[in-house]
Design a protein around this ligand. Structure first.
Ligand code: GDP
Ligand code: MG
Length: 597
């Protein structure tokens, strides 16, 4: 039997995980020159275009070292916080981790959070100082930072470049030498961890698993323990660039399973696969359902497309189990869906996939987090509020709780002041401040999730000139003084524009909101008053003046192609507009509350 090593690559975003993975695949000739392309494992178009990894990916390499044949299972992981659940599952399937640190950027927030995840799972950490080819690389100082963080020796750090391929041989050797071989026993009952699933429209859901103990055989009757569903292992195999069908996958190895599962929902990442007849008694620990963090309405631009939208969302959910949705109706927008997302990036991706893969044109409403509302009548039972318009009347409301997070920010000491002001503005309370080195500081804040899921990340980048990294973990619900800010257009309340806002900033935000909407909503044939209100009280007001001239008037008789261009531009702009009463509202207006700064 060949010797196995299972490892993952963890790092802060953009430190070069996917690029280094490409080099490892080249070096082990897993990929032929013809198949090679940059960021090979980011197989979704969206991942390529955005240059980010959304899904974890597993691939098997073969490597000969000192005359012995090894199987190296590489698990690439997504770096964005929205997908951190995937990182934690991938880590659980490995014995070792390459911890990649950018030689110019040094240790960042997710370097640390991913390292902690790896350490909690007892992984052997191989530190890799990457991008040493960069002129701005600072290998000595960054190596010191790594030694400080890990308590490792300077010699343990491998210098590498995913760009030039420098150091890749040393990394492969280190994987064999330092990552422990898997320990499982192939003779025990089957116990395999599901750490990923991929949706294939032709073959159904492909389950990616790591066998901890026992063996999985083609045709075997198996059971998923958390869902308690039984299936037959119709096809199993290992993951090269393409799948390679096998008869048996044994303890220690990674593979895929196809068993006619049609919906992503049936497969829970973190679940345990066992034999249906001789099951293991040990479910692998750490299984939890992924919870959506951000909610928003998705509505068809054309009300007639509601049923099409429903079937598109259902199909998308087959493919992305972390998407949740339920039908809702809005007085302003008609029928649509309230959807739950892992974060704002996930939300953007869903919207984009609906448009690209299903040809839908949709309007997304103001995103919000999930609140607990307690009524005076029943002050002990929380009512879950995922849509601001579901918040009970102020007179009936006892209190509102909102989700809080612990934020970790690493920045240069020059920017500590700026970062603190920003966090305080976002209702953060500082809980800790540690100098990692004289120039680098780690700050911890308790903050409302609502303040960080929206524009926080961009603001942080601006105030720190890009020298701040950020990570967060939920820490539970806390009571807050929140009010519902409503917006009226032409004296009609537009429920899809309502948002829950902290009392202290309601006036300021109401005013800004009116100004922003005035900018975003195109002028029409009549004056449109915009009002912001809390309950019955109007707190701000603006007016969009009526349009005077036909936009194409000045083109008549003139340049015909220019006129056509203008009309086309108008048509394009129209695509994402919704008629509410007699006012046309563009998509951006629904996001206005997020972009007030
Ligand atoms: P990931 O987010 O960790 O997967 O990072 P990527 O592999 O997508 O790389 C982020 C960016 O850094 C891309 O533009 C890469 O081309 C670039 N990059 C990655 N590795 C290196 C390297 O060793 N040297 C240089 N100069 N650039 C690199
Ligand atoms: Mg990547």
């Amino acid at each position: 039997m060949k010797k196995i090593r299972n490892f993952c690559i963890i790092a802060h975003i953009d430190h070069g995980k996917s690029t280094l993975a490409d080099r490892l695949l080249d070096a082990t000739q897993t990929v032929t020159a013809r198949e090679a392309q940059a960021q090979l494992l980011d197989s979704m178009d969206l991942e390529r275009e955005r240059g980010i990894t959304i899904k974890s990916h597993a691939i098997q390499m073969e490597y000969k070292y000192k005359g012995e044949e090894y199987i190296l299972n590489l698990i690439d992981t997504p770096g964005h916080v929205d997908f951190s659940y995937e990182v934690s599952r991938s880590i659980a399937a490995c014995e070792g981790a390459l911890l990649i640190v950018d030689a110019a950027q040094s240790i960042q927030a997710q370097t640390i959070s991913n390292l902690y995840l790896a350490l909690e799972n007892d992984l052997e950490i191989i530190p890799v100082l990457n991008k040493v080819d960069l002129p701005s690389a600072n290998p000595e100082e960054v190596s010191d930072d790594i030694v400080e963080l890990l308590g490792c020796k300077l010699e343990d750090i491998i210098h590498a470049s995913g760009k030039t391929g420098f150091g890749v041989d040393k990394i492969l050797e280190a994987i064999v030498e330092r990552v422990p071989a898997p320990k499982g026993n192939p003779d025990e009952p089957l116990q395999a961890l599901i750490f990923d699933s991929v949706y294939n429209p032709f073959r159904g859901v492909e389950v990616i698993f790591r066998v901890i103990n026992g063996q999985i055989k083609k045709g075997q009757k198996i059971k998923f323990m958390a869902t308690d569903h039984e299936y037959f292992a119709d096809e199993i195999g290992t993951l090269k660039l393409n799948q390679v069908a096998k008869q048996v996958i044994s303890a220690g190895d990674v593979g895929y399973l196809i068993s006619g599962i049609k919906e992503a929902k049936e497969v829970k990442v973190g679940d345990t696969i066992t034999d249906a007849v001789v099951p293991t008694t040990n479910m692998i620990s750490g299984f939890e359902d992924v919870k959506p963090m951000v909610f928003a309405g998705i509505y068809p631009v054309d009300t007639e497309d509601y049923e099409d939208l429903r079937s598109s969302m259902e199909k998308l959910q087959l493919n992305d189990a972390s998407l949740v949705f339920q039908a809702e109706s809005s007085a302003a927008l008609g029928f649509g869906f309230r959807c739950g997302f892992l974060g704002m990036l996930h939300m953007e991706i869903i919207q984009e996939r609906l448009e690209r893969e299903f040809n839908m044109t949709v309007i997304t409403t103001v995103p919000n987090v999930s609140y607990f509302a307690y009524t005076k009548k029943d002050p002990d039972t929380p009512m879950i509020v995922n849509n601001p318009s579901d918040l009970p009347e102020p007179s009936k409301l006892d209190r509102v709780e909102e989700p809080y997070i612990k934020a970790t920010i690493i920045t240069k000491s020059d920017f500590v002041g700026n970062v603190m002001s920003l966090c305080i503005e976002k209702r953060g309370v500082i809980t800790n401040q540690t100098y990692l080195t004289p120039e680098r500081v780690e700050l911890n804040f308790d903050m409302p999730l609502a303040e960080i899921v929206f524009d926080f990340y961009d603001r942080l980048k601006t105030v720190s000139k890009g020298y701040a990294s950020f990570d967060y973990h939920p820490i539970g619900m806390r009571t807050s003084k929140l009010v519902r800010l409503d917006v009226l257009l032409n004296a009609q309340p537009v429920d899809a524009l309502s948002a829950l806002i902290h009392e202290s900033s309601a006036y300021h935000i109401g005013k800004k909101m009116c100004e922003k909407l005035k900018e975003l909503i195109p002028r029409q044939q009549f004056d449109i008053p915009i009002q912001a209100a809390i309950g019955a009280k109007v707190i701000a007001r603006e007016t969009i003046k009526a349009l005077r001239k036909d936009v194409t008037a000045k083109c008549y008789g003139g340049d015909i192609s220019r006129k056509r261009k203008l009309l086309e531009k108008q048509k394009k702009g129209k695509k994402r507009m919704r008629q509410v009463g007699n006012v046309e509202i563009p998509q951006e207006a629904f996001m206005a509350v997020l972009k007030l700064n």
